[in-house]
Design a protein around this ligand. Structure first.
Ligand code: ADP
Ligand code: MG
Length: 206
């Protein structure tokens, strides 16, 4: 018996579903293995995903509370939400993820200018930028200037970032320089989420 029309996806929805499955499979491939497990997210993180308001998300907390895992899973839910049938289609999303140490390395002055310029432009424009462990290393004055280029462009265009960090935003001027930290504070607004609890890695070892 043929299925009723209510069971069938419209051509648009089926096209979206195919694109979404492809994008999510690619994202899962690049997600570090331990962060692929679906976890329950903090209530404020759900609100951030639902908001789509161009605000950024700052996940703070001490070592091992689950900041990086939360951020990877938040990126995945953000990606799922991008393909929701009721959302106006604006092309496939460009989502970039970086550990801060790898990012600071890539921005160093000793690499080829052209490669660095291309990276800065891509990170200014991508739809979502996730930087993990922003306070892991202090940025040099040069790197702070490149970070400023990236963050200022995202700030004036309301493009979101997700940051994980073991210091609160008021401790960031030391690491990123005051111009970046001031913009980031405004970009995140109320979306500064403090994850609390024990170091989960110690729980595993015990
Ligand atoms: N909600 C969760 N449920 C189960 N395991 C979790 C959860 N959040 C984090 N973990 C696990 O705890 C460990 C530490 O998490 P991680 O995100 O790396 O911590 P942080 O970035 O805060 O140092 C990892 O093994 C991670 O997979
Ligand atoms: Mg981490």
């Amino acid at each position: 018996m043929p299925s009723s029309s209510a069971d069938e996806l419209s051509p648009r929805d089926s096209w979206l579903q195919e694109r979404s499955q492809h994008a999510l499979a690619r994202f899962d491939d690049k997600t570090p293995v331990i962060y692929r497990q679906r976890i329950e997210l903090h209530r404020n993180v759900h609100e951030w995903i639902a908001g789509w308001g161009g605000s950024s998300l700052f996940l703070a907390g001490s070592i091992g509370v689950g900041k990086t895992h939360t951020a990877w899973q938040t990126c995945r839910r953000w990606l799922e939400a991008w393909y929701a049938p009721n959302r106006p289609w604006s092309g496939g999303p460009d989502l970039r993820t970086f550990r801060s140490t790898a990012l600071f390395d890539a921005l160093r002055p000793d690499g080829p200018d052209e490669v660095r310029r291309t990276l800065v432009t891509e990170l200014q424009k991508c739809d979502l930028l996730f930087i993990d462990d922003l306070a892991a290393a202090k940025a040099s004055t040069w790197t702070q200037e490149r970070l400023f280029e990236i963050f200022d462009e995202r700030y004036i265009n309301r493009r979101p970032v997700i940051i994980t960090c073991d210091v609160l935003p008021n401790g960031l001027p030391e690491i990123t320089g005051p111009r970046v930290s001031s913009r980031l504070a405004e970009m995140c607004g109320d979306s500064v989420v403090l994850l609390e609890g024990d170091d989960r890695r110690k729980g595993v070892a015990a």
